[in-house]
Design a protein around this ligand. Structure first.
Ligand code: FES
Length: 345
């Protein structure tokens, strides 16, 4: 087990010290090792919350609202879960896991095998979804997508910002953490679909407000609807976190995928990546170590600096500005437009 590189808890109301660039924040991963499951609670139909404490008794690294950890399961899969306990808590990390019968097995394994007193291997925290300072926040959560929003709400509240939450789910009993949210009173609008139908996004989001930021996490349909509503809003206003990759973009016009050449500058190797392999797979086959987790372009762990070449971004994580900067890519899904890339690997 690697020792946690603990830092003092943040004292800024938003739980942030001087935030780095989004890309720097994503690369933070201060802890890797075993944690003990100190509590397991059912917090909604099909949702368990787990509180995790370091086996060593030393503090865990501080974290900011929106951060997640990777949970590496004995089955060989790694899954990402948002930290949803008190902002910056370094004694215990809380995550919540929805059992997804149609998923790839990670959540089911956790539901079926993780008990209090058991151990899990985790890595993080990593901040893909940072809460930036604003005078006003509009939070939209769908189902288990409430998890990253809980510490954001606490941070916004502590900072004295104006905020409101629209929280949807299939039924009231499927919606986690309602008792915790009750204390916020009218700032929280709870809208189970079986009682109210689809969320009234237009009524909640209203017109663009230059002082406001919108944060949304939930199922793809909800995020797509919020993105559509905010399409004409100033760049950067809307911030989303997806659990699953958006539809992966393919070559234009139905053209066949082409092989690409990838130079790994630091390793002194050049690879040809055939259409059936991702850059990540080709790099791993070449024996060059690189972190990875989701392999869907959503977690950020494989983010790699690009020294030359035009990137064909296919991820669901980088912002428009980050993609336009053309200096970093998620090599598990993205490829090259010009057929050649030089990576800092
Ligand atoms: S492995 Fe998760 S973004 Fe590439």
């Amino acid at each position: 087990m690697t020792s946690p590189s603990a830092t003092a808890p943040d004292t800024h109301p938003l739980g942030t010290t001087e935030a780095g660039t989004p890309s720097e924040d994503r690369r933070e991963a201060g802890f890797e090792g075993a944690v003990t499951v100190v509590t397991r609670r059912t917090v909604a139909d099909g949702v368990v919350s787990l509180e995790l404490a370091p086996g060593s008794g030393e503090p865990l690294p501080a974290w900011r609202p929106g951060a997640h950890i990777d949970v590496a399961l004995p089955t060989g899969v790694t899954r990402q879960y948002s930290l949803c306990g008190p902002v910056g808590d370094t004694a215990r990390w809380r995550v919540a896991v929805l059992r997804e019968p149609d998923g790839r097995g990670g959540s089911q394994w956790i539901h079926d095998h993780v008990e209090e007193g058991g151990e899990l291997r985790v890595r993080g925290p990593r901040d893909n979804f940072p809460l930036r300072p604003a005078a006003r926040y509009l939070f939209v959560g769908g189902g288990i997508g409430i998890t990253p929003l809980l510490p954001m709400i606490a941070g916004a509240e502590a900072a004295g910002a104006e905020w409101s939450l629209l929280y949807g789910g299939r039924t009231r009993s499927s919606m986690a953490f309602l008792p915790e949210l009750e204390g916020y009173g009218e700032r929280v609008t709870v809208r189970p679909q079986d009682e109210y139908g689809l969320l009234d996004l237009a009524g909640f989001l209203g017109d663009p407000d230059p002082s406001a930021l919108v944060y949304c996490c939930g199922p793809a349909g909800l995020i797509d609807a919020v993105e559509a509503h905010c399409a004409g809003w100033p760049t950067g206003t809307l911030n989303v976190e997806r659990f699953a990759a958006a539809a992966v973009r393919r070559p234009a016009g139905g053209a066949a995928e082409q092989p690409i050449e990838v130079e790994l500058r630091a390793s002194g190797t050049t690879l040809t990546v055939p259409p059936e392999l991702s850059v990540l797979q080709a790099v791993e086959r070449a024996g060059v170590p690189v972190l990875s987790s989701c392999e869907e372009g959503i977690c950020g762990s494989c983010e790699t600096a690009v020294l030359e070449g035009e990137i064909d971004h296919r991820d669901s994580l980088l912002t428009e500005d980050e993609q336009a900067a053309n200096d970093t890519m998620l090599i598990c899904v993205s490829r090259a437009r010009g057929g050649r890339l030089v990576l800092d690997l």
